[in-house]
Design a protein around this ligand. Structure first.
Ligand code: BTX
Length: 329
């Protein structure tokens, strides 16, 4: 079913300015003309604008801005990422679905995406606000052949992907706040949640959850985060295309991931540090049981946070959070 629709879109798109007759479509897809008609109605529901003229045939007038499996796949230039896409209008959390399909054997590179999440999560059981159709709420399933202790590097890789795409596409300067926040103008525009299923020395799968605020206005954020959150629309002053952005993120992710597997983490580290949030500046570090002020020195070769210790020597931290030092603001 899915592949017939994709072939149909391909045929229509090949002949963008010309009509293609119902008979020709039916011959080439080996389905009846009434089946073609049903597919056309479905495509219209997905937001395609299709013109049907008797004695001439069909042509696509406009591709939809709406997210669907088809609209993401159409024009997606990746080799392996997003070959399987699961799109839902409203679900609890794309992470939840991703875990479920991963356990059922879903393939490396499966992408799960939702217009709205009703119970989406950040780190440490925190909530992530995912307003309907205002942002990109997406999980990527990976099955990397790497040691579980290296999985946090994938969070940094993902942050680097988001910052690179945002910097290239929009006239804004994104920073990455270790380990997982993308910041524009001092406010969080995106967050990343990495979850993993692993045995001692083998990863079964990793799920990279990405939440990107795209088209929210200030009043779309709940009160408790209005001072902390921003969106690409707020930062750039205009509404942005979701499908286009998703495709760019997936393509950049695939390139960065493939390069990382070949060249190792130093490749990611260099790019990460070019977006690194206030390297060399004083920060507040919070771990499970303490909080202290220190200097942020960048990230280590393995992705750990590097901060200055009491003797002003670099020290590695693997878990925790940082914040810029308040007096600086
Ligand atoms: P985090 O724990 O670093 O950030 C969560 C904190 O960020 C919240 O406590 C709140 O203060 C603030 N916050 C909540 N929603 C937003 C928002 N929309 N914009 C800015 N700040 C916000 C970050 O966790 C990781 C978030 C990953 C979200 C994705 S969406 C797709 C996937 N599915 C899912 O359930 N989670 C991931």
């Amino acid at each position: 079913m899915q592949s017939t629709r994709n072939k149909l879109i391909e045929l229509l798109a090949e002949n963008r300015d010309e009509y293609i007759s119902g008979q020709e479509l039916s011959d080439r897809l080996h389905i009846s003309r009434s089946a073609i008609w049903k597919h056309m109605k479905q495509l219209e529901k997905d937001g395609y604008q299709i013109e049907g003229v008797s004695n001439k045939g069909y042509r696509i007038l406009k591709f939809p801005a709406k997210i669907s499996e088809n609209t993401i796949r159409w024009g997606l230039q990746t080799k392996w990422l997003g070959k399987s896409i699961i799109h839902k209008e409203s679900i609890t959390s794309t992470q939840e679905i991703a875990h479920h399909v991963a356990k059922e054997g879903a393939q490396h590179g499966t992408v799960i995406i939702a217009d709205e999440q009703t119970n989406s999560r950040g780190r440490m059981q925190r909530q992530w606000h995912s307003a309907a159709s205002k942002g990109i709420w997406m999980s990527i399933l990976l099955r990397p052949a790497m040691l579980p202790q290296n999985a946090p590097q994938l969070t940094l890789l993902s942050g680097t992907v988001l910052a690179s795409v945002i910097a290239r596409k929009f006239d804004v300067t994104p920073y990455i706040k270790w380990p997982n926040d993308i910041i524009i103008n001092g406010k969080k525009v995106a967050g990343i949640l990495t979850e993993m299923q692993a045995e001692q020395d083998q990863i079964q799968y990793v799920i990279i959850g990405m939440g990107i605020n795209v088209n929210q206005d200030r009043e779309d954020f709940p009160d408790e985060i209005t001072t902390k959150a921003t969106s690409l629309k707020i930062a750039t002053g205009c509404e942005q295309e979701l499908v286009d952005l998703i495709q760019d993120i997936l393509l950049q992710f695939e390139k960065m991931y493939d390069n990382y597997l070949q060249a190792g983490f130093p490749y990611v580290k260099t790019i990460w540090e070019s977006f690194g949030f206030k390297i060399g500046k004083p920060i507040v570090v919070r771990t499970m049981n303490k909080e202290w002020k220190t200097d942020f020195l960048g990230i280590a070769k393995d992705g750990a946070l590097l901060v200055a210790n009491d003797q002003d020597k670099p020290e590695k931290l693997y878990a925790g959070e940082i914040d810029w030092f308040k007096e600086e603001e």
